[in-house]
Design a protein around this ligand. Structure first.
Ligand SMILES: C[S@@+](CC[C@H](N)C(=O)[O-])C[C@H]1O[C@@H](n2cnc3c(N)ncnc32)[C@H](O)[C@@H]1O
Length: 281
């Protein structure tokens, strides 16, 4: 089964065919990759064979592996994902690192945190867990995404309240009713329309367009709007962390500098790409 799977995925042009074959066959047998090698001599039963075939056909159509196996790791925890929610990316973990670094352990009790465009809830849930004592409001326009976020809030047991609505409006409403925030994070849609063709088929054809694309007329719309709004919805000294597309760094830094914030910088991810705006009100 493994060698058939590998051959099939190679013919479909997938780069890491061996690893992918192991992951997908292991998923079909409901074991992890180690478990797979422990039962190499066991016969494969009918239902397992059907599941393996189904997974391979889906992968052959370039559906993301995370959607097929139903989860993706983020900051050391497994998040449930499927069509309708963006697959969590490793570069987004930088937001969690920065929040942990800049908010000392003694200052986390009662912290008010908001996540705009929560998707699977990977940022909201992780922050709710690592910033012990904080409470997180997570907002998304997409009901499908919120359904995944809700499963993750429940499975991982974080103090996160989910809100459906337009992100910026809802953030304003929540700050008016519950008071300004100490920390606002967002990984907004930032792919520029000119870059659409550069995306892999996994992303372009399977992940939700609402999660991917910045407005064509203003690729910096989200960062700009969050910077402007932060003057009303963040406490003085509060922190705004926004993930950026690889072309946005210098433009967004200039917008932040001109915004009257007390400090603003753009930090690089592990690949050296300017990735996260950190702004202090
Ligand atoms: C790039 S995804 C980020 C998801 C998740 N935070 C992550 O890092 O994996 C952007 C999210 O913003 C949501 N979104 C797009 N437009 C929105 C809007 N106007 N209001 C609220 N959420 C929106 C999308 O549904 C999507 O879940």
């Amino acid at each position: 089964m493994l060698s058939l799977a590998r051959g099939f995925l190679e013919r479909k042009g997938l780069g890491e065919a061996r690893l992918e074959a192991e992951l997908l066959v292991a998923h079909a047998l409901e074991v992890d990759r180690l478990g797979l090698f422990m039962r190499l001599d066991a016969p494969i039963q009918g239902a397992e064979l059907d599941r393996a075939r189904d997974s391979l056909v889906r992968r052959g159509r370039r559906e993301p592996t995370a959607y097929i196996v139903g989860q993706r790791e983020f900051y050391g925890r497994d998040f449930l994902v499927g069509p309708g929610a963006l697959v969590p990316r490793p570069e987004t973990e930088l937001i969690v690192d920065l929040a942990r670094e800049r908010i000392p352990a003694g200052a986390r009790e009662g912290l008010r945190v908001a996540d705009v465009g929560t998707g699977s809830g990977c940022l909201a849930v992780t922050l709710g867990l690592v910033l012990e004592g904080s409470s997180v409001d997570a907002i998304d326009l997409s009901e499908d995404a919120l359904a995944w976020a809700s499963r993750n809030v429940e499975a991982l047991g974080a103090t996160v309240t989910l809100h459906q609505g337009e992100g910026l409006e809802k953030l304003g409403e929540l700050a008016r009713s519950g008071g300004p925030y100490d920390l606002i994070v967002s990984n907004p849609p930032y792919v520029e329309t000119t870059e659409r063709e550069l995306l892999s088929p996994e992303v372009r054809e399977h992940e939700p367009p609402l999660a991917l694309y910045a407005p064509a007329e203003d690729p910096d719309h989200w960062a700009r709007a969050l910077i402007q709004l932060s003057g009303h919805v963040l406490k003085p000294g509060g922190l705004l962390l926004v993930e950026l597309g690889h072309l946005q760094g210098p433009r967004v830094h200039a917008i932040a500098e001109a915004s009257g914030a007390s400090a603003a910088e753009v930090l690089d991810d592990l690949a050296g790409v300017p990735r996260v705006l950190a702004l202090v009100r």
